[in-house]
Design a protein around this ligand. Structure first.
Ligand SMILES: NC(=O)c1ccc[n+]([C@@H]2O[C@H](COP(=O)([O-])OP(=O)(O)OC[C@H]3O[C@@H](n4cnc5c(N)ncnc54)[C@H](OP(=O)(O)O)[C@@H]3O)[C@@H](O)[C@H]2O)c1
Length: 244
């Protein structure tokens, strides 16, 4: 890509979105930042907004119509589209019967499908698709089944999609991250050891890599960005018959 790429950043109103938007804007990428939260979009616009370079647009990308609208808008404003960084996500923990599985699937998985279907036909010269998974997709701990299942669906679908689109020069990859170190997370989990957590800035650097030519050899990769996180589950425990 000789001209600076045009990327659609969906779910940019979260902490990861803010860090990714900041780093990619600094690199000179042209960005359309989307979300439903207009207050947060206005803040992002104040921080990074430059007309024709970094713009914001309010929409709900959990529907096919919303996804089509944002992709159209990116193309209308910047003249083309080179990729998607899809950061929309939703988390819920609790006993299975109290968890809203439909919402978790809609937000974490189906929104990714809708956004991708809207963006793909516009990637005339190849492009980059970046998604966000969780290690819980492979190690589903108790009380996190709905979230783990939704992220597992997303990652399995992304790996399949990567084969469908690679011959067109489209790179689909995912960041697999654990809990981010944010002021909200620190408030919600006062006993967690945040020395093990990953910061949004560190995640953003990997997104910068996955949206650059440095990752040209990667299709369908699950890239762990876990900081120094360590957790053990029954699956990661000692072999049967040994230990407690
Ligand atoms: N932060 C972490 O600790 C962590 C850990 C593992 C994986 N991840 C994943 O990494 C990605 C980015 O993380 P993040 O912490 O920045 O995400 P986030 O703040 O949890 O979510 C990003 C955005 O998703 C949108 N969203 C949330 N619920 C929605 C709903 N019901 N319908 C439509 N949109 C909704 C919100 O934007 P609007 O309200 O503006 O629409 C929100 O700003 C997410 O996919 C997340 O699941 C994060």
């Amino acid at each position: 890509m000789s001209e600076s790429p045009v990327l659609l950043l969906t779910g940019s109103t979260g902490p990861v979105g803010e860090a990714v938007a900041g780093l990619l804007a600094k690199r000179g990428d042209r960005l359309l930042l989307t979300g439903r939260n207009t207050d947060r979009l206005a803040e992002l616009e104040r921080m990074y907004g430059v007309p024709g370079q970094v713009e914001v647009f309010a929409a709900d990308v959990t529907t096919a119509e919303g996804a089509e609208t944002v992709a159209q808008e990116a193309e209308r404003r910047f003249g083309r589209l080179d990729g998607l960084v899809h950061m929309i996500g939703s988390f819920q923990a609790g006993p299975s019967q109290f968890v809203d599985h439909e919402r978790l699937l809609a937000v974490n998985f189906l929104s990714s499908v809708h956004a991708t279907h809207a963006v793909l036909p516009r990637l005339a010269n190849g492009g980059r698709l970046v998604y966000f998974g969780s290690p819980l997709a492979q190690e589903p701990m108790g009380f996190l089944g709905g979230y783990a299942a939704a992220k597992a669906a997303l990652l399995a679908w992304m790996r399949s999609l990567s084969h469908e689109v690679k011959e067109r020069g489209v790179h689909a990859n995912a960041v697999v991250m654990t809990m981010a170190d944010t002021p909200e997370a620190r408030q919600q989990r006062p006993h967690a050891d945040f020395a093990q957590a990953v910061t949004p800035d560190l995640v953003a650097r990997v997104v910068a890599f996955l949206t650059s030519e440095a990752s040209d050899g990667m299709y369908g990769a699950l890239v762990p960005v876990m900081g120094r996180f360590g957790f053990s589950t029954a699956l990661a425990g000692p072999p049967p018959g040994k230990g407690a």
